[in-house]
Write a protein that binds this ligand. Structure first.
Ligand code: FAD
Length: 808
């Protein structure tokens, strides 16, 4: 069931219109009725009285309340379906092009395309490769932006998930160097390997069919020639991989956003692709070296001839690639993250020398992936320049701290989002990801993050800074931050489950704090079709960490939440057999335990109203779709303009010039053309995209300044203070208490899942979200797999696995 935001605006905004509208919709909906959405006036009252909690969704709704556009929802659905179909078609076409490229019967079509580009500055082959390899991805990106925009105008009431877990949510292989691989991912891997085998097989068959012994040079043997050909095909396939390599690590990539694959999840696709690509390139290099060795011409490694392949540039690119490859293996990455991170910047060397090696023409095979990455990197650069205000700084007794950062309402937030944070006072270069622990319904102008310090690391240094601020009462505006994002899931997929199981380990609770706050806020707003059973399984090492859940003032957000949904908390303290201070008093009555729980909540908090003057920049890869499209098109245009300018002012005059002996020159060296290609790409994005980004920033700030309401800031501060009061209040009801806390043990997942399954109707699909250490993710994935495979027949209940990883 799909409504437009306008529909919902009407639904939420005005009691009379809502009722009228609800009648209109009543015939169209089944399940939980729209009555719950539109009803009752009580909700309006709540919302109007608690103006402080009006969120982006609400404010947008108010603007559009005059319109009742019942049919637009269906039109938008049709557009969305059409767009999704078009995207599938483009992906299909791209697959077909890749598969047909080495096939002999495709060569005529290929030549025709190349011929059509002969008079363009890209040249026949360069232009042809752009058409075949870059244009589908560019079209896909544009379709994805439009799709995102259409989705953002719709409020989708998804049918509740039922039946078996989809392939995407069923963990198939668990553990090993590939981590947790879902059934859908496994199918994609198979498809990729089939494509590789097909392309290489076709090339090898073609080579053996057309092998001409007379074309051998004196030093060449049949097998050395064949080895070199195989090497060049492997290199070509490596370039195809390179075209996709950067897509998963373009954090704000519209393609990832449209597919709802968050960056932290997509990183593993980058790793898999990178390993495969480097295998191809390493074999490519080594096959050439072996062939040259056999031909007694090993010195060719150092060749950098102007009009041939620059071998030595390839060697440098390969060495840079191998260094990145070695330092990215999980053992090194996890132990020496900083080393891995800085070494990975060799990608710049890799891309430049790769362009020198293959020249301007072949570079176009990988052009689009690199262009999209540079575009994303540029937007990240623009956003990260800003100085963001820290509204409140809270230090909890357990050492974990919470920062509230100012964001402009234009930046949309979702419960499962995260941001990248930089504190220049600690390091100008280090950026760390943190999950957002607040709901978008908590307020449009801020977001919160919870940070657990790790000893010796950046977070530890930030803890020092924060305690300095809080204890000495130093003004928190002295903590200047830079923020990038938000990134992560935009679909609020957890709402599609009737029953949710949230499994957290330690600070992995942070995204679930956001989920719980979000659910409470949605229940308070009388939204329909929400999960009605939520089980939170949370394992911590020390009981003091449990106070993190007290950051959810459940009763303050939704006073009768217990009547509205079934929230069950199962807390496990693994390294204590009882709350520490009561260890000597095993006979302590339950009421004492409760007191002990409450007393452990020590709060030190500082607020700073000046922070409102420093919101996050709205120039972000996940910002306004209209501006992103403008920036994207401007950057593309910029590339063409710079490329053409270089061609007409540098390349063409040089080629037309006579070399002095009456013959025209051979043209610029290949590697120089490769360099021009990369430079055009970077300048196009930086100058043209940069112009639009500056405009975006300027107009955004202007609009923000104009729309600022006089006492809005003090209102927000007062909400923040109220929350603190609730938090510090001894009588506030805690979500975690002795009766749902187990000491000295780990959660028995099987038992809890079994209990969950038994309480469900046959055919139920339970959403399982896990966030915590790798071992916990593996245990949860294994339990889901066991229930989906072995126990499904018993309970007829499926568990859909979703991981929110804190590992990159
Ligand atoms: C998507 C995501 C969301 C996260 N949300 C939270 C959160 O809400 N609260 C929280 O306390 N922690 C969160 N983390 C973990 C947090 O980013 C790391 O604990 C933090 O970066 C550690 O930095 P350090 O230098 O203090 O620790 P170190 O002791 O130097 O590193 C500990 C481990 O943290 C990881 N790490 C270190 N630096 C980085 C980096 N720049 N980028 C990514 N990982 C790094 C590495 O795996 C490393 O082995 C999240 C991580 C990710 C990927």
């Amino acid at each position: 069931m799909v409504l437009t935001k306008r529909d919902v605006a009407t639904v939420f905004d005005d009691g009379n219109v809502s009722l009228q509208f609800a009648k209109g919709l009543a015939g169209r909906r089944t399940g939980k009725s729209i009555g719950e959405t539109t009803m009752p006036r009580q909700s309006d009252r709540n919302r109007k009285s608690s103006k402080g909690t009006m969120s982006e969704a609400d404010t947008q709704s108010n603007c559009n309340s005059k319109y009742i556009t019942h049919d637009l929802g269906w039109k938008l659905t049709a557009v969305k379906w059409g767009l999704s179909l078009a995207m599938c078609l483009v992906v299909g076409c791209y697959g077909a092009i890749l598969a047909a490229f080495p096939v002999e019967s495709f060569q005529n079509i290929k030549e025709t395309i190349f011929q059509k580009m002969v008079d363009t500055p890209f040249g026949s082959k360069g232009g042809g490769l752009l058409v075949l390899f870059a244009s589908p991805l560019l079209v896909l990106t544009l379709l994805a932006i439009i799709n995102l925009e259409v989705s953002s105008r719709m409020v989708t009431f998804k049918e509740k998930a039922k039946g078996r877990a989809s392939l995407q949510k069923h963990p198939l292989f668990i553990g090993g160097w590939m981590g947790i691989v879902s059934a859908a991912e496994f199918l994609w891997i198979l498809l990729f390997l089939v494509m590789f085998t097909w392309i290489m097989g076709n090339y090898l068959i073609r080579d053996s069919r057309h092998f001409d012994v007379t074309s051998l040079k004196p030093v060449e043997t049949v097998w050395s020639k064949k080895l070199k050909r195989t090497a060049s095909h492997l290199g070509f396939f490596g370039l195809i991989c390179l075209n996709f390599l950067f897509l998963p690590v373009s954090r704000g990539s519209v393609l990832l956003r449209a597919l709802d694959i968050p960056f932290e999840h997509a990183v593993k696709y980058h790793i898999w692709l990178g390993y495969f690509m480097m295998t191809c390139f390493t074999l490519h290099g080594h096959f050439y070296i072996i062939a040259w060795y056999s031909e007694d011409s090993l010195s060719k490694i150092f060749n950098w001839a102007p009009h041939k392949v620059a071998n030595f540039a390839g060697v440098i690119a390969l060495l840079a690639g191998i260094t990145m490859w070695v330092t990215s293996i999980s053992w090194v990455r996890k132990r020496y993250f900083e080393t891995f991170f800085w070494v990975h910047h060799l990608y710049i060397v890799f891309v430049f020398f790769m362009a020198f090696h293959v020249g301007g023409v072949l570079f176009n095979v990988a052009f689009c992936g690199i262009f999209l990455f540079v575009f994303d990197r540029f937007l990240r650069f623009c956003q990260s320049r800003g100085n963001v205000g820290v509204l409140t700084t809270k230090l909890l007794a357990c050492g974990i701290f919470e920062l509230t950062l100012i964001k402009p309402p234009g930046i949309k937030l979702h419960a499962l989002n995260y941001i990248y944070l930089n504190i220049p006072e600690i390091s100008k270069l280090e950026w760390h990801p943190f999950s957002v622990s607040s709901s978008p319904y908590d307020g449009d102008n801020w977001l919160k993050v919870l940070i657990k310090p790790s000893y010796g690391g950046w977070t530890h240094r930030l803890q020092g800074l924060v305690s300095d601020v809080v204890k000495r009462g130093r003004c928190p505006s002295n903590i200047s931050a830079a923020v990038e994002g938000p990134y992560g899931h935009e679909s609020d997929f957890f709402l599609q489950y009737e029953t949710l199981v949230l499994v957290a380990g330690g600070i992995g609770i942070s995204p679930f704090v956001a989920v719980l706050r979000d659910l409470l806020q949605r229940y308070q707003r009388q939204q329909s079709n929400l999960p009605s059973n939520v089980h939170l399984i949370w394992a911590v090492q020390k009981s003091e960490e449990l106070q993190l859940l007290d950051l959810i003032p459940a009763s303050a957000i939704c006073p009768d939440y217990r009547l509205k949904f079934n929230l069950q908390i199962h807390a496990f303290v693994t390294r204590e057999s009882s709350p520490i201070s009561l260890e000597c008093k095993p006979e302590a009555p339950a009421s004492h335990l409760v007191d002990q729980f409450k007393k452990s909540r020590i709060l030190a908090s500082v607020s700073n109203a000046e922070a409102f003057n420093k919101p996050m920049s709205m120039v972000a890869g996940t910002g306004s779709n209209l501006w992103i499209t403008s920036c994207f098109l401007a950057s593309l245009l910029g590339y063409i303009v710079v490329y053409f300018s270089i061609y007409y002012f540098v390349v063409q005059p040089f080629e037309q010039e006579s070399a002095g002996d009456g013959k025209p020159r051979e043209g610029l060296p290949r590697w120089v053309k490769g360099l021009f290609n990369v430079i055009s790409l970077i300048l196009g994005v930086a100058i043209f995209g940069g112009f639009v980004a500056s405009l975006w920033n300027y107009l955004g700030r202007l609009h923000q300044g104009l729309s600022e309401i006089g006492d809005e800031n003090s209102r927000l501060l007062s909400i923040s203070n109220t929350e603190d009061t609730v938090y510090a209040n001894e009588s506030a009801d805690c979500l975690v208490h002795p009766s749902n806390t187990h000491f000295g043990q780990r959660p028995n997942l099987r038992e809890i899942f079994d209990g969950c399954a038994k309480s469900q109707q046959p055919g139920a699909n339970i959403g399982v979200l896990v966030c915590g250490p790798e071992s916990l993710q593996i245990s949860v994935a294994e339990t889901c797999r066991a229930f989906n495979n072995i126990d499904y027949d018993l309970h007829k209940v499926a568990f859909s696995y979703h991981s929110l990883s804190f590992d990159l």
